[in-house]
Design a protein around this ligand. Structure first.
Ligand code: 7PJ
Length: 289
């Protein structure tokens, strides 16, 4: 894999050399997989520091639950949840901070508070002005494919051709981002595991991630499988807290198929898994005692 650079607000992140691990920090009272455990700013910052110590390369902070069936959170509420945490982490840590939001007002405040990446699960469908804020700040932008809204995505009739839908949706979003002044080298793409897809289609997206990589050769590919419900379906209906081994298997498969960044709750396990999968993918460069 060639080594390239993903441009963020104040640095470039090399990708392709090894898989980057993005640690999930939910600052929500209703996140499906960690149930509001990290809701206070103090405990959120503490959990972020633990993920950094475990080897996280990026921390992704979200204050708007995108759990299937969840409603939108007000702008004021979302700001109140994420901004204090971003401010504190930006002064305490050296790794880049990402904000998981679909609102341009939250993106702007987060970038001002020190975030360097905006992670938009709607890929600019909900609020295209996110691209204006990203362009102004020279920040990184994650464009994640999704269908419908978190409230409706699991009720939508499935599309027949999921790879085609993801590829055309991401192309459209990249075009919107570029029209609004975001440079190509600031954009990362994500197939959006779990967002308006059937369980089988989520597996298909991992299996065909190499096709996505060939369609979008100039972009880092991020993927988030961590604790998601398709894993529960493959594991005899295991609940979210019993999906770690399945998560790790999906990460190894994603790395083998060309993922550059994995978004996870369990950072230590993911760091170890990606080290091993990376060694296999880059066998020609392997140096071992
Ligand atoms: C994803 C995300 C993902 C990106 C969530 C959860 C649901 N952002 N935000 N990719 N998932 N880029 O964490 O389970 O897959 S929220």
């Amino acid at each position: 894999m060639p080594i390239r650079q993903w441009k963020l607000a104040r640095r470039s992140l090399p990708y392709g050399e090894r898989t980057l691990v993005m640690g999930v920090l939910n600052v929500t009272p209703d996140s499906f997989s960690d149930g509001g455990k990290f809701y206070s700013p103090e405990s959120a910052v503490e959990h972020a520091q633990e993920m950094i110590a475990a080897g996280a390369d990026i921390i992704d902070i979200g204050g708007e639950s995108t759990r299937p069936g969840s409603a939108f959170v007000s702008e004021a509420e979302e700001l109140q949840r994420v901004i204090p945490v971003i401010k504190q982490l930006a002064t305490e840590t050296s790794i880049p901070i990402s904000v998981d939001t679909t609102k341009s007002s939250v993106a702007r405040a987060a970038l001002e508070a020190g975030a360097e990446i905006v992670n938009d699960i709607s890929a600019l469908r909900f609020d295209p002005a996110i691209a204006d804020e990203v362009a102004k700040a020279g920040a990184g932008l994650v464009l994640m494919h999704s269908r419908g809204t978190p409230k409706t995505m699991q009720q939508l009739p499935p599309v027949a051709d999921i790879m085609g839908d993801v590829i055309s949706g991401l192309r459209e979003s990249i075009a919107v981002a570029e029209q609004r002044g975001v440079s190509q080298e600031n954009i990362a793409i994500d197939p959006g595991i779990g967002f308006g897809k059937t369980a089988a289609q989520n597996v298909e997206l991992i299996a065909h991630l190499d096709q996505l990589a060939r369609e979008f050769t100039d972009f880092p590919i991020l993927i988030g499988t961590s604790r998601k419900s398709f894993l529960g379906k493959l594991l005899d209906n295991a609940p979210a807290d019993q999906r770690l081994n399945g998560t790790i298997a999906s990460i190894a498969a994603s790395v083998m198929k060309g993922a550059h960044i994995v978004r996870v709750h369990d950072v230590k396990a993911a760091v170890e898994a990606t080290k091993v999968a990376d060694a296999v993918v880059r066998i020609s460069k392997l140096k071992m005692p």
